[in-house]
Write a protein that binds this ligand. Structure first.
Ligand code: ADP
Ligand code: MG
Length: 322
């Protein structure tokens, strides 16, 4: 079982940033409005996410660390199919298999918190812990027991950069929540709950806002909103491309192509346009389970989506910034 968990873990948890993504999403799923991330050594040595969400009851704690559908991966055949099936309910179990994990939580009904640990893949009985309402998940020494995988990790600063990028994507998607990020004891980001424009300015800098046009268009049940930078924004690198579908950061070929084409049409030279854009659409028109760990989506009507994005951007960029 531990072996299966370790194999599956490699698929879900590629590096500290993948664990961070899963943990922050769990916190948001639990209704957290304040999420604090602490990292050491690029997140490999320590990765801790503390939230003020609804918490997990004592009897649920060990279950949270168990694979929900072990039978799903009963054979090698299944293992190969895992990619298309998705990994729901397997993130914490995977982390418990490849790191020393401590999960501490307290619900609104509890008079104190409870903590379970996964040490060498074994889950301990809950013990009392001093924990405010919410949940803290702590991972230490990611891949300590799978040296082959650990070798694939890059330098601490590279792993930290990936974690920071994950943090920024999630922080951009939820300006209504407060977030903080510490690395090696130093505060890197401290973001209060704020309006979206302020959150974008905090993360991309005021100069991005000054060099950007507002994008806002709604046609039937499709909506595209956000900011798209004109060439004056010099930090226009690949890093500054944030595209969200129904609130989730995604990388999508259809959307990227439409955006690139609009930029090329209007601003001929801009090779790495910068933007923060939110596409909202009925959930049944987009498949987000292509690969939950990889931020990909599939649009049912990809041609229509392409046209909508292209025309919206084209129109927004055609208006000279004031
Ligand atoms: P999934 O999120 O797909 O259900 P996970 O392995 O990520 O699978 O989490 C397992 C379960 O543990 C969740 O369904 C949830 O009930 C609980 N859980 C995990 N993280 C938190 C959290 N931060 N706050 C409250 N509950 C949590
Ligand atoms: Mg999860």
């Amino acid at each position: 079982d531990l072996l299966i968990n370790q194999i599956a873990a490699g698929e879900v948890i590629e590096r500290p940033a993948s664990a961070l993504k899963e943990l922050m999403e769990n916190s948001l799923d639990a209704g957290a409005t304040d999420i604090a991330v602490q990292l050491e050594g690029g997140g490999v040595k320590l990765l801790r996410v503390r939230d003020n969400g609804k918490g997990i009851a004592k009897e649920e704690l060990p279950l949270a660390l168990m694979r929900h559908a072990t039978s799903k991966i009963a054979s090698l055949d299944d293992l190969q199919r895992v990619d298309s099936m998705g990994f729901r309910g397997e993130a914490l179990a995977s982390m418990a298999a490849v790191a020393q994990l401590a999960l501490s939580s307290r619900t609104a009904q509890d008079t104190h918190g409870w903590k379970v640990e996964a040490i060498d893949g074994r889950i301990s009985e809950p013990v009392p812990s001093s924990q405010p309402q919410g949940t803290t998940v702590e991972l230490r020494e990611l891949y300590f027991n799978t040296p082959a995988r650990r070798k694939f990790l890059k330098s601490d600063s590279t792993e930290f950069a990936h974690c920071e990028e994950t943090f920024k994507r999630i922080a951009l998607s939820r300006p209504d929540a407060a977030f903080s990020l510490q690395h090696n004891g130093k505060a890197v980001w401290q973001l209060p709950a704020q309006p979206i424009a302020a959150r974008i300015a905090a993360i991309l800098g005021d100069e991005f806002g000054h060099a950007a046009v507002t994008v806002e268009r709604q046609v039937a049940n499709l909506s595209l909103q956000g900011l798209a930078a004109l060439p004056a924004y010099s930090r226009g690198t690949r890093d500054a491309q944030y595209f969200f579908v129904n609130g989730r950061f995604v990388r999508d070929k259809v959307a990227s192509h439409a955006l690139r084409q609009a930029y090329q049409d209007i601003l001929h030279h801009q090779r790495h346009p910068a933007f923060v854009l939110f596409l909202d659409m009925p959930p049944e028109q987009v498949d987000v389970n292509v690969h939950p760990a990889k931020s990909e989506v599939r649009f049912r009507e990809s041609q229509g989506i392409h046209q909508f994005i292209f025309h919206t951007l084209h129109e927004a960029l055609s208006i000279p910034a004031s």
